[in-house]
Design a protein around this ligand. Structure first.
Ligand SMILES: *[C@@H]1O[C@H](CO)[C@@H](O)[C@H](O)[C@H]1NC(C)=O
Ligand SMILES: *[C@@H]1O[C@H](CO)[C@@H](O)[C@H](O)[C@H]1NC(C)=O
Ligand SMILES: *[C@@H]1O[C@H](CO)[C@@H](O)[C@H](O)[C@H]1NC(C)=O
Ligand SMILES: *[C@@H]1O[C@H](CO)[C@@H](O)[C@H](O)[C@H]1NC(C)=O
Ligand SMILES: *[C@@H]1O[C@H](CO)[C@@H](O)[C@H](O)[C@H]1NC(C)=O
Ligand SMILES: *[C@@H]1O[C@H](CO)[C@@H](O)[C@H](O)[C@H]1NC(C)=O
Ligand SMILES: *[C@@H]1O[C@H](CO)[C@@H](O)[C@H](O)[C@H]1NC(C)=O
Ligand SMILES: *[C@@H]1O[C@H](CO)[C@@H](O)[C@H](O)[C@H]1NC(C)=O
Length: 213
């Protein structure tokens, strides 16, 4: 009798243990995203020029990162959207922006950012579907690290001072629907069908955009 009840208790205890550590592990992950997203954005803020104080008194530790202007979070308080377009922000883009691992949409359009696009920016934001960097004053080449963004749907970088060849790694972005690169000084060694193995599934817009370069 005693042996029987001990045997039946063990799986129950194990299950309980698993549930407990699963719950705790999840809680830890969630908490650390909120905090690391917040500190990444605070570093970002400290490194850029914000002439009209759009972020100065709003992006502070006094309120949750999820209530900051331009920031949208998911239900777990992880940052999934950043829209800081049209704020006349200037300076170079700080690489710390790459530490928003659940970011889906990045919109920094129509500001005054200068310098090159930091290559690491695309390293660990593999959830990105939308990037708008158009209407800034960015220069240099499009980093080949952009090929890490395999589910990107919209890439908009027109009207600035980008130079050099379009990296062939762009062919990794097999979900592309819109590609806006006009009004730069870019070149392309490749035709769309050489870049994309699935080029026949590409949106016409992407093919036109590549042919225009
Ligand atoms: C929130 O976190 C839980 C546990 O990690 C996860 O199952 C769920 O999909 C997350 N929700 C969102 C909206 O990301
Ligand atoms: C920051 O801006 C958002 C959006 O405009 C606003 O809802 C929020 O109240 C502001 N927070 C502070 C502390 O000013
Ligand atoms: C961008 O910066 C330049 C030089 O600092 C300045 O003349 C121009 O007004 C700025 N443009 C915007 C939209 O902030
Ligand atoms: C993102 O990548 C940088 C290196 O590019 C690394 O230092 C950092 O720890 C990464 N962050 C996350 C959340 O993976
Ligand atoms: C772009 O940046 C260059 C310097 O890198 C500066 O001379 C020029 O005025 C800027 N253009 C605009 C429109 O801000
Ligand atoms: C292309 O995407 C795959 C994952 O789908 C990744 O392993 C590879 O590093 C990417 N290549 C480049 C050049 O970004
Ligand atoms: C091209 O880009 C420049 C800034 O680099 C901008 O001043 C100009 O309006 C853009 N032209 C068009 C046709 O979009
Ligand atoms: C583009 O870059 C070149 C060389 O760095 C510079 O002379 C030119 O003013 C820049 N154009 C714009 C619109 O910023």
């Amino acid at each position: 009798m005693e042996a029987f009840s001990q045997k039946s208790l063990l799986p129950v205890l194990l299950l309980f243990h698993c549930l407990m550590s699963y719950g705790l592990a999840n809680k830890d992950t969630t908490t650390s995203h909120l905090q690391s997203d917040q500190s990444s954005l605070l570093v970002f803020k400290s490194k850029i020029i914000d002439p009209h104080n759009m972020l100065k008194n709003n992006w502070t530790t006094a309120t949750s990162v999820c209530s900051w202007v331009g920031v949208t979070c998911d239900k777990n308080s992880s940052v999934i959207e950043l829209d800081i377009s049209d704020m006349e922000l200037a300076g170079s883009i700080p690489p710390e922006i790459d530490n928003l691992p659940l970011l889906v949409s990045l919109n920094m359009a129509n500001n005054n950012f200068t310098g090159s696009i930091p290559p690491t920016i695309f390293n660990n934001m593999s959830r990105l579907e939308f990037i708008h960097l158009d209407g800034n004053n960015l220069s240099g080449e499009i980093p080949k690290e952009i090929g890490h963004l395999t589910i990107l749907r919209i890439l908009s970088m027109e009207s600035q001072n980008l130079t050099g060849p379009i990296p062939r790694e762009i062919g990794n972005m097999t979900s592309l629907e819109q590609l806006q690169l006009t009004n730069n000084s870019l070149t392309s060694k490749f035709r769309p069908f050489q870049l994309f193995t699935n080029w026949f599934n590409l949106f016409f817009d992407v093919i036109i955009a590549l042919e225009q370069v």
